[in-house]
Write a protein that binds this ligand. Structure first.
Ligand code: CUA
Length: 158
């Protein structure tokens, strides 16, 4: 009887674990389908002390790569994003490439689900399709010092 009891208890935990795993995968899959949201991935390394001399981050900003397709290169530094503002047409698919020249920052566009940590030494990328016009605020959501709350930029969709 004792053995059966333990067995049942373990099976319960296994089941609960599996249910949670399936649930999280479902949440991820749903957000990927609903928002066209690709999980942030660290794609390459960069010397954080030479960001301003390393292409393409020596000229941060927006580049059109095809019809409705853009790449935006951002450098985070205390306490600003460079570029401070970009403008794209409605329907644009933008891939953001992000790096930091000092400490860790967080690149967040609250209305879109874009949320990526920006770590010195790494290039982070995250994509989003802007289907609605408006001015979208880019915030820093990783505490980076006394001016953290002023660290913002704009994505204008028109
Ligand atoms: Cu940058 Cu907080």
């Amino acid at each position: 009887m004792q053995h059966l009891h333990v067995h049942r208890y373990e099976r319960l935990w296994l089941t609960a674990g599996l249910v949670m795993l399936v649930f999280f995968i479902a949440v991820l899959a749903t957000s990927a389908i609903v928002d066209g949201f690709v999980p942030p991935s660290r794609t390459q390394t960069i010397d954080p002390t030479k960001v301003s001399a390393t292409p393409p981050f020596d000229h941060p900003g927006l580049h059109q790569i095809g019809p409705g397709q853009y790449e935006a290169y951002y450098v985070g530094r205390i306490f600003s994003w460079d570029p401070a503002s970009i403008t794209v047409p409605v329907g644009s698919h933008v891939t953001f490439y992000l790096t930091s020249s000092d400490v860790m920052h967080g690149f967040s566009i609250p209305e879109t689900g874009v949320n990526a940590s920006v770590t010195p030494g790494w290039v982070q990328s995250v994509s989003h399709t802007f289907t609605k016009p408006g001015t979208f605020l880019v915030l820093c959501n990783e505490y980076c010092g006394s001016g953290h709350q002023f660290m913002s930029a704009k994505v204008i969709v028109q």
